[in-house]
Design a protein around this ligand. Structure first.
Ligand code: APR
Length: 241
C-alpha cells in the first residue's frame, strides 16, 4: 500500500468498529439479531403493526449509546481526517454518533442516526432530546403519532447513495472496517471502488463475506488494527510529501 499516491480516501464502517465501545454488533454471537427478530423491530411493517415495540427497541439502544464512548479506532480515523492532506469521507452503516464524538467531521450515516427523529406528518427531522413514544408531539407541527426513528429499516432505501457512489468512483483508497459484508448496497461498495482503480483494504476481526474482493486485509480487533493502519498510512504519505 505504501508505494501508492493516495489523494481521496473513503472509509466504510460497520458495527464492528463500535463493538469495543460496548455496542453489540448484529450478527456476532450475542448480537442484536440473536435477541430481537428484525421483522418485529426494524421494518416499516413492524412499525405499522406495533409502533410502541419499535419505539422501545430504539429507546433502549439510545439509552445504551448514551452510556458508551468512542474507542481508539474512532479516534484514529478522526486523527487521520485531521492530519491527512487529501480528502477523506467516512460512510458509516452505524447509527451511533461515536465517529462524531471522536471528532470526525466528514461522516455520512447511510442507515440513519439513533439520536435523530423524523415526523412522518410534516417531514421535520430533529435531534432527539430523549425517548420517543407514539404519544410524543412533533415540535414542528405539534401533531402526535407521526414520529419515527430516523433510521433506514429493511426494505427502505439507504440515505445519500448518489453522493456515496460519486465519491467511490473517484477514490484512491477504500477501507472497510468492522462490517460483515452481508448487507447491500454497502457490501457492494468495494466492487465500485476496485473498478475505479482504488486500493481496497479490509480491517476486521475476521474475513467478511466479501474479503476476497480486497487487495489487502488486516485482521484483529479494530482498536488494534485501525490505529496501526492509520499510522502506517500517515507515515507513508509523509514520505511522499
Ligand atoms: N473489531 C473489528 N471487527 C469486529 C469486532 C472488533 N472488535 N467485533 C466484531 N467485528 C466484525 C465482525 O467480525 C463482523 O464482520 O464486525 C462485523 C459486524 O458485522 P454485523 O454484525 O453484520 O454488522 P454490520 O456489518 O455493520 O451490519 C450491516 O446490517 O442489520 C443491518 O443496518 C444494520 O448497519 C447494519 C447492517
Amino acid at each position: 500500500m505504501s508505494s501508492r499516491e493516495v489523494k481521496r480516501i473513503v472509509i466504510l464502517t460497520g458495527a464492528g468498529i463500535s463493538a469495543e465501545s460496548g455496542i453489540p454488533t448484529f450478527r456476532d454471537k450475542g448480537g442484536i439479531w440473536e435477541r430481537y427478530r428484525l421483522e418485529e423491530v426494524a421494518t416499516p411493517e413492524a412499525f405499522r403493526k406495533n409502533p410502541d415495540l419499535v419505539h422501545e427497541f430504539y429507546n433502549l439502544r439510545q439509552r445504551e449509546l448514551l452510556k458508551v464512548f468512542p474507542n481508539a479506532a474512532h479516534h484514529a480515523l478522526a486523527e487521520l481526517e485531521r492530519k491527512y492532506p487529501g480528502g477523506m469521507l467516512i460512510v458509516t452503516q452505524n447509527v451511533d454518533d461515536l465517529h462524531e464524538r471522536a471528532g470526525s467531521k466528514n461522516v455520512i450515516h447511510m442507515h440513519g442516526e439513533l439520536l435523530k427523529v423524523r415526523c412522518e406528518k410534516c417531514g421535520h427531522i430533529f435531534r432527539t432530546e430523549g425517548e420517543i413514544f407514539t404519544s410524543t408531539v412533533c415540535p414542528a407541527c405539534n401533531q402526535k403519532g407521526g414520529l419515527r426513528p430516523h433510521i433506514v429499516w429493511f426494505g427502505e432505501i439507504p440515505f445519500h447513495l448518489e453522493e456515496i457512489y460519486r465519491v467511490l468512483e473517484i477514490c484512491d483508497l477504500f477501507v472497510a472496517i468492522g462490517t460483515s459484508g452481508t448487507v447491500y448496497p454497502a457490501a457492494g461498495f468495494v466492487e465500485i471502488a476496485r473498478q475505479a482503480g482504488a486500493w481496497c483494504v479490509e480491517l476486521n476481526l475476521k474475513p467478511s463475506a466479501v474479503a476476497d474482493l480486497f487487495h489487502e486485509q488486516h485482521y484483529g480487533p479494530a482498536t488494534r488494527v485501525v490505529p496501526a493502519f492509520v499510522q502506517e498510512l500517515l507515515q507513508s504519505q509523509k514520505r511522499k510529501l
